[in-house]
Design a protein around this ligand. Structure first.
Ligand SMILES: [Zn+2]
Length: 109
């Protein structure tokens, strides 16, 4: 008789969704719910919706609260080790706050 008592108990998590740390709230989350900001080798900072651009990247939730926190703590600047240009800030605003359900009723069915 085989001893199978030890099998099946382990629940190894598949690494299907790579997790990134939000520069705002500091929580790890899947890339899909986050926005990537990238600084390329020329020092050009831009948003990277595809997540495929080469360079140093920082991730932030697509949430106004995380953007605010990141801005307050200068987390993006620190993560990318450079100043965030105004146009990129504007793009972040548009992308995150613009797409958020601002002022929308908390629940709709
Ligand atoms: Zn966050």
């Amino acid at each position: 008789m085989r001893d199978n008592a030890g099998t099946g108990g382990k629940n190894a998590r598949p690494k299907k969704f790579p997790e990134r740390k939000c520069v705002g709230c500091g929580v790890m989350d899947g890339k899909k719910s986050m926005l990537r900001v990238v600084r390329d080798k020329d020092g050009d900072v831009s948003l990277d919706p595809s997540g495929k651009r080469a360079g140093r990247g920082a991730y932030i939730h697509k949430e106004a609260g995380c953007l605010k926190t990141a801005r307050k703590k200068k987390s993006l600047e620190r993560a990318l080790k450079c100043r965030i240009p105004d146009k990129v800030r504007d793009l972040l605003d548009a992308e995150i706050i613009g797409s958020a359900d601002f002022g929308a009723p908390p629940e709709k069915t």
